[in-house]
Design a binder for this molecule. Structure first.
Ligand SMILES: [Mg+2]
Length: 405
């Protein structure tokens, strides 16, 4: 995809203006607004910002929402697919809207396009919604989880082990290393074999589960993610072999389009079945829960419609006695959702160890990372995102040509 970048002529994009007096991004608070001015919280601009690193070719996209009062909302890093949607569709429909009216905006957007059920649309709407929640937090000068009514500040993480070697010795060493760090839950990925590997594939994937249990002992929960690479027969055969090792869940053995396979698997195994990272709204979650297809909902607040929609998914899941453990491709919003809910409903935050401990949050001052397998939430307003200005070469406002997207 080609992209048309430009520095606007507005001084607002100059780093010295973005970080006045060395203060972090968007630090405006309610006290700085004319709260009684009914126009104060009207959105005046929505910008997609591309940050470029000083010392490498690292780049990230963030969304910024600006109100007439000067209070701003910030969220990111944003997926390119979401950023293009914001640029082409959502931004102009937010300008002139009350920034505190997130429910009204969400409802307006779900009715604004006949394709609003779709994935990329939901990604774009999620980016806007999460930035609105950040803005609201900065306006009221409280963290998002407090706006949502939550009181938890210490959240248990689970170690998500994508990309680690599964050679028996390596696997055993990593399981025990994470256990020593304090992780009580680990997720491993069995997404390399599947039906094309036949009965041997089932045997090998069952053997990996056996090795995981052997390495972990009985006082650790082991979860398995198949990344939609299996079919029903493969999943049933694997489940029969590994129930004895007590996996805590089997995640996304199939594409979540295939609800009947989830139902059939859930009926025929004692292992809890999980999915939801590809749910795009509360109706997707409801369809699975009302048919007893899953026991763990993994909605992603950056993909399923934002904080606003994830809260509704939590409400629905609570009625069904299911867990909501958000998908963790990015975790600012996920942490605040979990912190806002009872531990019985949202017990864990996914921590994709290799991705999140790398440079994913490169431009941020306080990079979210668990210590001894626990996240500590700060009191910073909104999501608490502040840029580390010393790492930033420049910040550009970016647009994408419609015929190239
Ligand atoms: Mg997954």
């Amino acid at each position: 995809m080609n992209r048309r970048n430009f520095l606007t002529s507005l001084a607002v994009l100059a780093p010295t203006t973005i970080f006045p007096n060395g203060v972090g991004f968007g630090q405006s608070s309610r006290s700085k607004t004319k709260a009684k001015n009914s126009d104060a919280m009207i959105v005046s601009d929505v910008q997609m910002l591309e940050l470029r690193a000083r010392d490498s070719d690292k780049k990230s996209l963030y969304i910024k929402i600006i109100t007439k009062s000067g209070v701003e909302g910030l969220y990111g890093p944003i997926d390119l697919a979401a950023a293009v949607q914001v640029d082409h569709f959502f931004a102009k429909r937010l300008i002139g809207f009350d920034a505190l009216a997130h429910e009204a905006y969400w409802d307006k957007m779900i009715r604004a396009s006949r394709h609003s059920r779709g994935s990329h649309y939901s990604l774009g709407l999620s980016a806007v919604d999460n930035a609105l929640w950040d803005l609201k937090g900065r306006y009221f000068d409280v963290p998002v989880y407090k706006l949502l009514g939550g009181a938890r500040t210490r959240l248990r993480a689970y170690g998500s082990c994508l990309g680690y070697s599964q050679e028996p010795d390596d696997l055993k060493a990593k399981v025990q290393e994470l256990k020593a760090e304090g992780y009580r839950h680990q997720k491993w990925f069995l997404n390399k074999r599947g039906p094309k590997a036949g009965p041997e594939g089932v045997e090998q994937d069952a053997e990996t589960m056996r090795l995981l249990r052997e390495a972990a002992g009985d006082d650790m929960e082991i979860m398995i993610d198949a990344s939609w690479k299996w079919d029903l027969q493969y999943a049933l055969a694997w489940a029969r072999k590994v129930e004895q090792y007590n996996p805590w869940w089997i995640e996304e053995p199939f594409q979540s389009l295939n609800i009947d396979s989830f139902i059939e698997l859930s009926r025929n195994t004692s292992i809890p079945v999980a999915t939801g990272e590809h749910f795009y709204n509360r109706w997707d979650a409801h369809n699975f829960l009302k048919r007893d297809a899953i026991r763990v909902v993994q909605a992603d607040p950056e993909w399923c419609g934002g904080i606003t929609e994830t809260m509704k998914i939590c409400n629905i899941a609570s009625v069904h006695g299911a867990h909501v453990i958000p998908h963790g491709h990015s975790i600012h919003a996920a942490m605040h959702i979990v912190a806002s809910q009872p531990e019985e409903l949202c017990p864990l935050v996914e921590y994709l160890i290799r991705k999140m401990s790398g440079d994913y949050y490169y431009f941020e001052k306080e990079i979210p990372a668990p210590k001894n397998a626990f996240f500590e939430l700060s009191d910073r307003p909104g999501f608490g995102i502040e840029f580390e200005t010393s790492k930033i070469e420049d910040i550009k406002q970016v647009h994408w040509d419609k015929n190239e997207a």
